[in-house]
Structures are given as structure tokens and as C-alpha cells.
Design a protein around this ligand. Structure first.
Ligand code: SF4
Length: 305
């Protein structure tokens, strides 16, 4: 066990300044003016004694903060006390405590989820990226908002939900089904401008269809997208998109093959065509003939003024 020499209040002040903890200093014996060591003082009493002893040194500074002519002797005393303090430190093996780094707290402004108030696509995208309105946010790698923005495209194409490739690339209809869809569009309406998105913006795990709750949670984003993109017509691919946009709870075969209507919250209407989802055409190629008829309807509408 180390046998500590008594230290003076001034030495304690130095040790505190060097970073030693008060609890450690409180355990050291205190030197008396006559050279006797005193019982260990409580930390508050020690600090007060140290302050009293330190004040005469401070009084050697003039109003400008410079040492007065009597300062050198006091400064020498102080340096001697500091040397003694360092000697105590070396003997005890204690090290000054480094100041804890100040953590930088990054405050990000909260994003309000109010799609109906979004004034532009950038703010709507920001809301979608922050959205946790349904459980799908837990399985997404990234949100799949929409394809490259076009203002007033000829067609807005709306599928059900992002697939695995979409989730990786953040692009809707990315993958084999998307390639087939693009080939169909190129052949039917080669000069048309199109904007693609899905009913929900986050991928359901296992590529399952989104539930009614998930569709309802995400619907305001889709309606806001349609309002901001201002497409001339809509193409719904797949049964869920067909029902969601037409508002008619009927099977796909009943809904396809005709020009339907999408009506927004403000009562504005857009022509709506319904067809198979390209992923289902990959599984059931026998539907391609019917899909071609749907595309002929697209071309017909495209050619109308
Ligand atoms: Fe939000 Fe839509 Fe994603 Fe659900 S699917 S978390 S509602 S953005």
C-alpha cells in the first residue's frame, strides 16, 4: 500500500486542476501549517481551504491580469506546489482524468406525414422516406417511390407493390416483369411518356400482395403523386391496382377491356385502363392475347386528342 505524504491545500488545488478526482484527493492526508498532518477533510471543506490558500496568489495579479512586482515569489511557491503535486501523482501511479469528449447530438427535424399538403414531389418523397404508417417499413431496404419524374406524362402506370429487384434499386418495375411491361408499352405506345409507381411504396416480404390495411395506409401517397404528376391517363396493372383505382370491387376480367374512370378527392376524373400484371403474364402466357387487346385500347386512347 502506498504511504502518501501530507499535501497542502494548494497542492490539492493543483491536483484538481490536473484532473484528479475529488474522491481520490479526499483520501490523502492534509498538511498543517506547523508541518502536522490533519485528519482527512470532507471534499467541500478541502475545496474551501484550497480556495482560501489560492487567493493570495491571485491577488498578485493587477487589474490588467498581469503579474505585479511581488508576483514572482508567489509564482515560485505555486510552481513548487505544482511540482510537489506531480510528485504525489507519480508516486501514487494515478493519472489525470482526460476530459470526456463532448458528444455531438445531430438533431434532425421531424417530418410531418401529410401527403395531401405536399406541394412538390421532393417533399412528398421526403415524407415517404420517413413513413412508418404500416408494418411494411420494417422490411424495406429502401422506399420505391416512382420512376424518373416527368411532368404531365401521357400515362401513369400503377402496380401493386415493389418486388425484390425494385427494393434493391429503388426503381418500380425493375426486373423481368418490368422488362416485359416496357416491351409491351414500346410496342403499343412507343412515343408515349410514362411515369411508373406502385400502390404501396415498401416491399412486402416474400413478395406477397399488400393487405387492405397496408393499401389504406399508403393510399394518400398515391393520390398525392397523381395530383402532383398530373398524368393524362392511368394504367392499372393487376387486380389490386384495378380495384383500388376504379373503386369497383370486381374481378379483373370484368374490369379490363374497357375505358374506366379514376376520380380524385377533388372530383377530377382521368381515363383509366386495366390490364394484367406483367408478373402474372410471365406465369400465364395464355393471357398475352388478352393483354394485347388491352394495349390496343391504350393506343386508341393515346391517339385521342
Ligand atoms: Fe408508409 Fe406506404 Fe411504406 Fe406503409 S408502404 S410504411 S404507408 S410508405
Amino acid at each position: 500500500m502506498i504511504d502518501f505524504q501530507p499535501i497542502s491545500p494548494l497542492q490539492r488545488t493543483w491536483l484538481l486542476e490536473l484532473g484528479l478526482e475529488r474522491a481520490f484527493l479526499a483520501r490523502l492526508p492534509q498538511a498543517q501549517p506547523g508541518g502536522q498532518s490533519a485528519p482527512v477533510a470532507a471534499p467541500a471543506q478541502e475545496a474551501a481551504a484550497a480556495m482560501q490558500t489560492a487567493q493570495p496568489v491571485e491577488r498578485h495579479l493587477n487589474d490588467a491580469g498581469s503579474p505585479s512586482p511581488s508576483a514572482p515569489a508567489a509564482a515560485t511557491d505555486a510552481m513548487s506546489a505544482r511540482d510537489q503535486a506531480l510528485a504525489v501523482l507519480r508516486k501514487s501511479g494515478a493519472r489525470p482524468v482526460a476530459a470526456a469528449p463532448v458528444e455531438e447530438v445531430v438533431q434532425r427535424p421531424a417530418v410531418l406525414i401529410q401527403p395531401e399538403k405536399a406541394q412538390d414531389m421532393a417533399s412528398l418523397l421526403e415524407q415517404v422516406q420517413a413513413c412508418q404508417e404500416c408494418g411494411l417499413h420494417t422490411g424495406r431496404a429502401q422506399v420505391v417511390f416512382g420512376s424518373e419524374l416527368l411532368s404531365e406524362p401521357d400515362w401513369m402506370i400503377i402496380g401493386e407493390a415493389p418486388g425484390t429487384s425494385d427494393d434493391r434499386s429503388a426503381k418500380p418495375f425493375d426486373g423481368k416483369a418490368g422488362l416485359l411491361l416496357q416491351a409491351m408499352l414500346n410496342s403499343a405506345i412507343p412515343n408515349a411518356s410514362v411515369y411508373k409507381t406502385h400502390l404501396v411504396k415498401c416491399r412486402p416480404l416474400g413478395n406477397r400482395p399488400p393487405t387492405q390495411e397496408e393499401l389504406a395506409a399508403c393510399r394518400a401517397f398515391l393520390d398525392a403523386q397523381i395530383r402532383l404528376v398530373q398524368p393524362r391517363r392511368l394504367l392499372a396493372v393487376g387486380h389490386l391496382a384495378a380495384v383500388a383505382l376504379s373503386g369497383r370491387d370486381e374481378d379483373l376480367e370484368t374490369l379490363r377491356g374497357q375505358a374506366l374512370t379514376y376520380t380524385d378527392a377533388q372530383g377530377r376524373s382521368l381515363p383509366l385502363v386495366v390490364t394484367y400484371h406483367p408478373a402474372s403474364l410471365l406465369l400465364r402466357p395464355q393471357h398475352k392475347a388478352n393483354a394485347w387487346r388491352d394495349l390496343s385500347l391504350l393506343r386508341e386512347l393515346q391517339n385521342q386528342p
